[in-house]
Design a protein around this ligand. Sequence first.
Ligand code: PEP
Length: 248
Amino acid sequence: MRKTIVAGNWKMNASKESVKTLIEGILSGMNGVSSEVIVCAPFPYLSQVETLISNTSLMLGAQNLNVNTKGAFTGEVSPDMIKDFGAQHVIVGHSERRSLYGESITIVAEKTKAAIDAGLIPLLCVGESLEERDSGNTEVVVAEQLNAVINLLGIEAFEGIIIAYEPVWAIGTGLTASPEQAQAVHLFIRGLLADSSESIAQKTPILYGGSMNAGNAAELISCSDIDGGLIGGAALKAEDFLQICKAG
Ligand code: PEP
């Protein structure tokens, strides 16, 4: 039985004041939440969140990492630095990083490796654009993104990876994939993993992301291969985020 996981991706939205309000709001409503809950904060706020969530069940994640462990990489943040601030997770391959910052499938695979090497759990995002879906290429695109990681790291690495299926057309648009659309791709992903290892496929958490909100979370998470959500906009309001956490 896989555990439900709900992760909030705050993207580049935070201030010291809003972080305090949001975390205190989430913590005040965690009674009765059985899902694992992760908040992925922008780098400058990792330390503040680490302090606010210490001795609670909330877990911390970052949103990006550099593949190198240290050195002359001005402006970059290493996997060890992320760990140093109490994070256990890091988002890798978010579509905004792939499209706005040119992260290729090779770079995403290398970042996944760097995260695992440092003892972090990557939240590995995959998903197709609208054009790719409309041309019938969803499975080809998702398979290519996942195979790059399987080829570099081997299927065993998925013992320590959380996958997030995030159709690009659904991210931040209000256009949620229907439960049927999402479940079909999740089943495809699990089948792809099963081609290499049935037991790892059954254990790997596959979250859905893309305009998941308090109103649609329960139906999506009730699908047999949807193990939770990666939440953007709705993760910025404690009340909405908690409702999603309670949907699992
Ligand atoms: C995301 O950024 O990962 C995401 C799913 O965003 P939203 O929930 O706002 O669509």
